[in-house]
Design a binder for this molecule. Sequence first.
Ligand SMILES: CCCCNC(=S)N1C[C@H](O)[C@@H](O)[C@@H](O)[C@H]1CO
Length: 651
Amino acid sequence: MAPKKLSCLHSLLLPLLTILLPQADTRSFVVDRDHDRFLLDGDPFRYVSGSLHYFRVPRVLWADRLLKMRWSGLNAIQFYVPWNYHEPQPGVYNFNGSRNLIAFLNEAALANLLVILRPGPYICAEWEMGGLPSWLLRKPEIHLRTSDPDFLAAVDSWFKVLLPKIYPWLYHNGGNIISIQVENEYGSYGACDSSYMRHLAGLFRALLGEKILLFTTDGPEGLQCGSLQGLYTTVDFGPADNMTKIFTLLRKYEPHGPLVNSEYYTGWLDYWGQNHSTRSVSAITKGLENMLELGASVNTYMFHGGTNFGYWNGADKKGRFLPITTSYDYDAPISEAGDPTPKLFALRNVISKFQEVPLGPLPPPSPKMMLGPLTLHLVGHLLAFLDLLCPHGPINSILPMTFEAVKQDHGFMLYRTYLTHTIFEPTPFWVPNNGVHDRAYVMVDGVFQGVLERNMRDKLFLMGKLGSKLDILLENMGRLSFGSNSSDFKGLLEPPILGHTVLTQWMMFPLKIDNLVKWWFPLQLLKRPHPQAPSGPTFYSKTFPIVGSAGDTFLYLPGWTKGQVWINGFNLGRYWTTRGPQQTLYVPRFLLFPKGALNKITLLELENVPLQPQVQFLDKPILNSTLHGLRIDSLSADTLSASEPMELSGH
Ligand SMILES: CCCCNC(=S)N1C[C@H](O)[C@@H](O)[C@@H](O)[C@H]1CO
């Protein structure tokens, strides 16, 4: 069922693509079960693909990354489409700028790369709520990833917008999409709702037609529940797994047709507070060569990881809640900053034994820049800006409400109540049933008392007078992206208890920090110094010029604790210097104004500010600090010493 009207871009591009590519009516990508292979336009074909997530790479960098992937010998790329990235509110869609999926497909076509598309609706990917929009949780009893009518209604409505957009880009229609995955590792979810999977398969067929190859991907243990008649079954595993054993198991589901590993892990993800993950070059190249020897088609996950900018990281639960770091470097062949690594050259060498790889030099690593140290100035305590951060005023409720209930999807919310009696002695303060989701910065009359953290710290001791103001800044650290319970509500899930008193009569202030930072600090007069010595959630800022030529750089925040950073209004993501393993944040050079113009860095430090409120921009990342302090051997001496301190005029 072709869409009734092609967008003007399609009507312009499609004829171009049809001229550049063989006529649409002769194009085909099919499974040849007689010879256990794919056929592309009737010829034997094997893909060697790499995963790159457009939603983790600013659009201005897409062409650079795709060129490097093509040069590496890949003939295809694989990527997800995060539902929550494109439908921020029910019925509100965004496909602009770095969300322009069609522009990304076109960039891939221009790089001569075929596409394996994975539109979900659930994508996992260490992404916020595995790609599902958090507004689904406004119906708290919804059963995600099942044939729950409320969930399917939202899925149908989303796919009726998305799938017609990609229909013209299907390979047999003249585009570059050769196959499409249905759901994601459904067999690992536990619901095992085959009517849900059948519903999705039917919807994809209705909107995409009969020709496109639809497939599923599961770990070996998930094939039973994740596979479905009519969808080609593929598997995922890494270099340490037993390829022979897993492919033998896969043959139980696909006795004929090409063997496919849809996620061959080149590295792994990082959690805040855990050691940095790496995978050895030798193990990865050996595993890839073994699979290519077998004639398998392989997608390497990730080939370029990118960054969880803003609040987009997801989380796992392994004994305790584990948020994913801002960096999604993944120890991938192309680093977070887009630089080729030894792993890339080693994989290219393996691929070249099986298929032609493009000649010509690979673009050199991007120029890097050092800057600073910069001394930031105090703008004011977060509470001093409540009127600007929550212009519509608070929501009142006897019991605290969740982020989802007040329709705050990401970031921070302030909960406020007043003590109904004087507390003379330090008195236990806690939220029952581990009900802080995820971190609570507690203040009494504006004075910072400490932090409660999901699974990590559940009690503080407070004192206060009758009528004292009790403020709790609640941080959403990203919703679970994997596991059987994606309904990861955020906020105070239960009323807090002080001593023997259940605290009621709450005011909820959903905070629109990003809006404010984008338009804020135009003049020094907006500073609102805090009456007490600032500790707890406090804004710092600095205006600075670039010295010398601009380049990619890595923001280093020695002595700071935890918070959020914006550069020229762009939300760079979370830092957590005291937790690691990530110590720097990637700053693509396009974010910075060149020499002659002024840049603005804004920090929201949530806990403690260093005596010297300074930051530096380094010429290399630090992603592997030990759990107990930074291993500075990862930095050259000159980098650490950096240039002369820059005392700049201005604000
Ligand atoms: C502990 C990892 C949680 C499960 N995720 C796994 S196994 N993975 C498979 C999943 O399909 C992919 O989206 C990624 O999430 C990948 C890990 O990078």
